[in-house]
Ligand binder design. Structure first.
Ligand SMILES: NC(=O)c1ccc[n+]([C@@H]2O[C@H](COP(=O)([O-])OP(=O)(O)OC[C@H]3O[C@@H](n4cnc5c(N)ncnc54)[C@H](OP(=O)(O)O)[C@@H]3O)[C@@H](O)[C@H]2O)c1
Length: 285
């Protein structure tokens, strides 16, 4: 029988792409979504916070739990502690109740115990819940994950529609985009083998690119006004919940976080897709 995986946050960008990929690769998938949300692969179970009494019996004995619930912008009604930390704790409890031995979690590149950023603190605490769970875990610290419908690209498309692309500050800060189907391949290896067991791995693509260069490639020759705005102004807008960037998006951009792609490549033995190939296929699709 094919292995079965449970995916929380199954309707989010990573959940729906990895879920579809796994489903097409022969895995049985059970997507966990909130009421009113759905996915177009595998089975679906509705849950508000992963703690309903009868939930464990419905997913009992699955091979792995992919915990993809998370948020990168907090509000008064939905803060990081409630979503990123508490739901990771609930995910661990659910795995134990359902006798699922493996958990995979996507944390953020730049997370460590010395961080002072609220988002990273919540991710660090979620990591700790998972590391101390006694479950076989794999924690991926991801840079931007890109694909056809990723939040960064959707956001850039919105700016293109408005006829102006904003670059906060110098635009020289860098990141390491990774293709979502490469993420799916790595997840499959983590579910089916032991190479990634009980490890924290940077989930970063093969190229380091500045925001300026990424935007230039993304535009693909389109004549759109590029407006360089000083960081203070963009940050002011973000604090007042205006403009395309959240305060923590800006902190992560300014953080210029670069990870260890070589380690990921040597563990997985995969050839990773270049970000310009992903952007090219986006244009063709
Ligand atoms: N995408 C990236 O580049 C990237 C980079 C680093 C780390 N990550 C991490 O990877 C994970 C998946 O990211 P993503 O890009 O797929 O995010 P996403 O598209 O925003 O999806 C987030 C998922 O979490 C669910 N969720 C959020 N708040 C919830 C709550 N209070 N209760 C239950 N479910 C809730 C959402 O469900 P609803 O639709 O019901 O809100 C959605 O299914 C997150 O942990 C994220 O921090 C992503």
């Amino acid at each position: 029988m094919n292995p079965s995986v449970v995916i929380s946050g199954a309707n989010g960008f990573v959940g729906r792409n990895v879920g579809m990929f796994l489903s097409k690769s022969g895995f049985q998938t059970i997507g966990l979504v909130r009421k009113g949300k759905t996915v177009n692969f595998g089975d679906i179970i509705t849950t508000e916070n992963l703690s309903e009494k009868n939930l464990a019996s419905k997913i009992k004995g699955a091979s792995a739990f992919l915990h993809f619930i998370g948020q990168g912008r907090q509000t008064v009604d939905s803060d990081y502690d409630t979503v990123n930390v508490s739901l990771a704790r609930n995910a661990v409890a659910l795995c134990k109740k359902a006798k699922i031995k493996k958990i995979i979690y996507i944390s953020g590149l730049g997370v460590d115990k010395n961080t002072t950023l609220g988002y990273f603190i919540s991710k660090y605490k979620a990591e700790q819940e998972i590391i101390h769970s006694g479950l076989d875990y794999t924690i991926f610290r991801a840079s931007y994950i890109i694909g056809n419908d990723d939040p960064l690209s959707e956001d850039l498309e919105q700016q293109i529609k408005k006829g102006q692309m904003v670059i906060p500050g110098s635009g020289n800060y860098r990141f390491q985009p990774i293709f979502v189907y490469d993420v799916a391949d790595v997840v499959i290896q983590s579910v089916t083998g032991k190479k990634f067991s009980n490890k924290i791995i940077d989930l970063v693509g093969p190229q380091i690119v500045s925001y300026n260069d990424f935007v230039k490639k993304f535009l693909h020759g389109k004549k759109i006004k590029i407006k360089k705005m000083d960081f203070e102004t963009v940050y002011h807008d973000a604090l007042h919940n205006k403009g395309p960037f959240g305060v923590d998006d800006l902190s992560i951009m300014a953080g210029d976080y670069i990870g260890d792609h070589k380690k990921l490549a040597s563990l997985s033995k995969m050839r990773f897709t270049r970000y310009d190939e992903v952007l090219q296929s986006r244009i063709l699709s």
